[in-house]
Design a protein. Structure first.
Length: 609
């Protein structure tokens, strides 16, 4: 059973219980649905069928009585009243027939309703014929009982069969409902009992198969936590707990191997610390060179920023002048537009004067004709018209001079109109040219505005570059401070490598204990502070006091690691460091949380470095 996974076992157990529960619920829901359907059929279908059939039967009986009375009486008013009532009752019977046909759902019921419809058609046809014969004056009294009553009895008998079928189906549904309720009670009771028994059995089986190997894993983990790496672990099966035991076994073996390798690794750490010291020396020199170069770059950026700022100021002044010129050009364009309007007015007035001169010329011509007619009439009059002829001659002479003067004035006015037209065309060209000048000045103004904006953005960009260079210079100063910290950290790292060997001796590996005995460590490297150049040390101190307050902690603090404090065992003696003069001894007083926070801050500094 250990070969089956715990999840699978739990899934099987819960699935069985859930399946049984689901089956019980499904049976209950199904039975309840059946009961609900039966009740709905009883209440919504069969009861409606009974009501429709009963109302239909009452309508048939009532109409039979009315038809019989109509056929046997001779009172015309009474016959008409009965006919109206029979029509209304027949309509009601038709409505009941339609409703009953709408609710039937079996072929047997449809056959019964078809038989009822057939007998009804025969009865209604016979009744209509007898009423028609009665209306025509025939005596149909004897035919009511011989022809119409048998058809009415057949009609009622067919409808009675429908009612009887409905009652039988209602009784059958009631019996089925009672049986279904009893079956549901038995199934639900047996299912609940089976679910309870299987749930208890599966719970006990699953608990035992999980708890036992977990107890073994807990004991093995407790021994390993106390340094006993020789504890016996025997995983069995392929479930999760067996995999846990197998993982503990692998952890035990790997811990034994790792503890053996940690000591050799600590020697490599000491050698690496020496190399770090040498690298710090080279790094400090390069950092100093980089700081000098950045200072020169910052000074150059300041000069460039001043130059760009002057260019931006000049561009703004030029933009203002261009705006003023654009305003003046717009005003000139407006004046030219007014001149164009004035010239058009003069041209229109000249045209009107020419028209007036034409009118005067016409009047002179007509006057000349009138004077000629007057002279002719004076000649006809003889001596009596001589004086009038002299006057007519003078009038003709005056009309001729007026016509000549009008022609000269018309010629002068025409020349003036042509010159005014030419001047107006020139003014129009001047207006168009002025509009182009205004547009060009506006474009120049826009370009100057863009140049001014670009100069402003360029000035801002240069200022940002200067700030970036300043920040880079500050970062370089901080890097110099980090170089000093790294020197102290390398010394602390060498000392911690020695303590690491003493710490791993806590573990007991059986026959391999002798391999973990502490050995003499090489002398720590020379103080890393001597590898830092004096200039860098001075710059680092100034930087830490001015722009890097977070680096004022003790140099060795970022690499402090709290030593392991395992639970004491009788067979193991925990070594204790007694070197009080080392940076490690001073750092042991720092709480674990503070050491962790300091290490985090140091990691952030290394990322920026």
């Amino acid at each position: 059973m250990n070969n089956v996974k715990i999840g699978t076992r739990l899934g099987i157990a819960f699935s069985i219980v859930l399946l049984i529960t689901a089956a019980i619920a499904a049976v209950g829901v199904t039975q309840l649905a059946l009961l609900k359907e039966a009740n709905e059929k009883v209440a919504g279908v069969y009861l409606d069928r009974n009501i429709y059939a009963e109302q239909w039967r009452e309508a048939i009986t009532l109409n039979w009585v009315r038809a019989s009375a109509s056929l046997k009486t001779s009172d015309a008013g009474y016959i008409a009243a009965l006919g109206a009532e029979m029509a209304a009752t027949s309509q009601h019977a038709s409505d009941m027939q339609k409703k009953l046909e709408a609710v039937v759902d079996t072929e047997e019921e449809k056959v019964l309703l078809a038989a009822v419809a057939k007998t009804r058609a025969a009865y209604v046809s016979a009744r209509a014929k007898l009423l028609e014969r009665k209306k025509n004056g025939e005596d149909v009294f004897a035919l009511v009982d011989t022809e119409l009553r048998p058809l009415a009895d057949q009609y009622l008998a067919a409808l009675a069969k429908v009612a009887q079928d409905t009652h039988e189906r209602l009784d059958n549904f009631e019996a089925d409902t009672i049986r279904a309720a009893g079956t549901s009670q038995w199934v639900l009771g047996i299912g609940a009992l089976l679910s309870l028994v299987l749930g208890v059995v599966l719970a006990v089986w699953t608990t035992r198969s999980v708890v036992r190997p977990l107890t073994q894993a807990a004991l093995a983990a407790d021994e390993i936590s106390h340094g006993n790496l020789a504890v016996t672990i025997e995983p069995k099966g392929r479930d999760e707990v067996a995999r846990l035991l197998q993982a503990l076994l692998e952890m035990q073996r790997n811990l034994a191997r790792i503890v053996g390798e940690v000591r050799s690794g600590s020697e490599n750490v000491a050698n690496a610390a020496t190399e770090i010291s040498q690298g710090n020396h080279d790094l400090s020199a390069r950092t100093e060179q980089q700081a000098s170069a950045l200072q020169e770059t910052a000074a150059s950026m300041e000069e460039l920023n001043a130059t760009v700022r002057r260019n931006a100021d000049n561009a703004r002044m030029a933009n203002q002048l261009a705006v003023s010129a654009s305003t003046v050009a717009e005003q000139g364009g407006a004046v030219v537009g007014q001149v164009v309007s004035t010239m058009k007015g003069i041209q229109d007035s000249s045209g009107k004067i020419a028209d007036i001169i034409g009118v005067i010329d016409g009047i002179a011509f007509q006057t000349n004709i009138l004077a000629l007619n007057a002279a002719v009439e004076a000649a006809r009059a003889g001596e009596q018209g001589r004086g009038f002829a002299v006057v007519a001659t003078e009038v003709r002479s005056l009309a001729g001079r007026s016509a000549e003067a009008a022609k000269q004035i018309k010629t002068l006015i025409s020349d003036s109109v042509e010159r005014v037209g030419a001047g107006s065309a020139l003014v129009d060209q001047a207006g168009a040219t002025m509009a182009e000048v205004v547009g060009s000045i506006k474009r120049v103004t826009d370009l100057m505005g863009e140049i001014s904006a670009a100069s402003g953005e360029q000035s801002q960009g240069v200022a940002q570059v200067g700030e970036a260079v300043t920040q880079m210079d500050q970062a370089t100063q901080q890097n110099a401070a980090l170089v000093e910290e790294m020197a102290a950290a390398a010394s602390s790292l060498n000392h911690q490598a020695q303590e690491l060997v003493s710490t791993v001796s806590f573990f007991r590996l059986g026959t391999h204990n002798s391999e973990l005995a502490p050995t003499s460590r090489p002398a720590p490297a020379a103080s890393m502070h001597q590898a830092v150049v004096p200039a860098v040390t001075h710059r680092a101190a100034a930087t830490r006091s001015a722009s890097a307050p977070r680096l004022t902690a003790a140099p060795a603090a970022p690499l402090v690691r709290q030593p392991m404090t395992p639970k004491p065992r009788p067979a193991v003696a925990l070594p204790t460091s007694t070197q009080g003069g080392s940076p490690r001894g001073a750092a042991k007083a720092v709480p674990k949380a503070q050491a962790k926070a300091t290490a985090t801050a140091d990691d952030a500094e290394w990322e920026s470095f």
